[in-house]
Design a protein around this ligand. Structure first.
Ligand code: TYM
Length: 335
């Protein structure tokens, strides 16, 4: 990343807690790639966030590299963007401590993701899960990010980030840039193929509900064939009444660029069988090149590591500047 660049700054991250899904591609990765040419972008593997749910250490190490490889396979270009692992930049944890003192117990308890994850992990509702959004705020504020490309589910965390930044700025004078969420109009909430009223989530146990970015063409086509729709055979975009069909139309649009109106025309008078087959093939064609690139990239661990080491150094330089300011403002002595 160019020093003193006047380009606006973008930061975003994904947890390496499993193979990424088409939801991550639609809600985040696709936009990350599109933003690279016009902005100074930093993209992070949020491994510190991932340990708020128990992880097997060997799996987490492996998935961290796999996630980095998927970023590259999706088109993140290390010549243009800074790609790094969160835990390799210690300022994330350091700023989190300071911002924790600005976050209210009540407001963190209201976070939807905290409530959902607590319900799913009743045996391990740890404090990390609770302060998770403060770590996320630190990720963003350390880099003075102007915008944060995420899916719909992260919107509440972005609002909290803005509130924490404003509170700190008000108390100690201007320190942090107030970031804007960047949420795509189409694809910000890809739904489960088996229950189209809930988000496609990698923690879903039903494998038929998700499309992984390394699924084969056959798996993709079969999963879409089995997707839950409705009983009135009409291809029409109507999220409230036809969530399954609308979700498939969204995937078809993302894969081909065809507008909803034209999709409706294309399948007028056809049954869902034809529609699902076309969606399946289009999505498979979209994912296949990514999967092939991924299979190549993951073989070269040395290259991946050197990209990530360089990325952490670059990220650290920027993060350090912000943390130094913060430490000075809060009154931490420096000799
Ligand atoms: P995570 O890892 O759950 O998801 C990563 C990104 O993918 C988006 N996403 C989806 N978009 C559309 N449809 C879906 N079904 C879908 N599933 C996931 C998410 O909205 C997200 O943009 N806390 C974050 C990671 C994070 C972060 C950050 C993001 C850590 N620090 C700083 C931005 C900035 C998370 O758990 O995302």
């Amino acid at each position: 990343m160019e020093e003193n660049s006047t380009k606006k700054v973008i930061l975003s991250g994904i947890q390496p807690s499993g193979i990424l899904t088409i939801g991550h591609l639609a809600g985040a990765l696709k936009n990350w790639v599109a933003l690279q040419d016009s902005f100074s972008c930093l993209y992070m593997i949020a491994n510190m966030h991932a340990i708020t749910v128990r992880q097997n250490a060997a799996d987490l190490r492996r998935r961290t590299l796999e996630t980095a490889a998927l970023f590259l396979a999706a088109g993140v270009d290390p010549e243009k963007s800074v790609l790094f692992i969160q835990s390799q930049v210690p300022e994330h944890a350091q700023l989190t401590w300071v911002l924790n003192t600005f976050a209210g117990y009540g407001e963190l308890g209201k976070m939807t993701q905290f409530k959902d994850k607590s319900a799913k992990n009743a045996e391990n509702i740890n404090c990390g899960l609770f302060t998770y959004p403060v770590l996320m705020a630190s990720d963003i504020l350390l880099y003075q990010a102007d915008a944060v490309p995420v899916g719909e589910d992260q919107k509440q965390h972005l609002e909290l980030t803005r509130n924490l930044a404003q509170r700190f700025n008000y108390y100690y004078s201007d320190t942090f840039k107030i970031p804007e969420p960047y949420i795509p109009k189409i694809g910000s909430r890809i739904m489960s193929l088996q229950d189209p009223t809930s988000k496609m989530s990698k923690s879903d146990e039903n494998q038929n509900s998700l499309i992984y970015l390394n699924d084969s063409n056959e798996e993709i086509i079969n999963k879409i064939k089995r997707a839950v729709t409705d009983s009135n055979a009409e291809v029409r975009f109507d999220e409230a009444n036809k969530p399954g069909v609308s979700n498939l139309m969204t995937l078809y649009h993302l894969a081909t660029g065809i507008s909803f109106e034209d999709i409706e025309k294309e399948f007028a008078g056809h049954g869902y069988g034809d529609f699902k087959l076309s969606v399946g093939k289009a999505v498979a064609d979209w994912i296949a090149p990514l999967r092939e690139r991924y299979n190549e990239i993951i073989k070269d661990k040395k290259r991946l590591e050197s990209i990530l080491i360089y990325g952490a150094e670059e990220a650290h330089k920027i993060a350090r500047k912000t943390l130094d300011k913060v430490y000075k403002k809060v009154g931490f002595v420096r000799f």
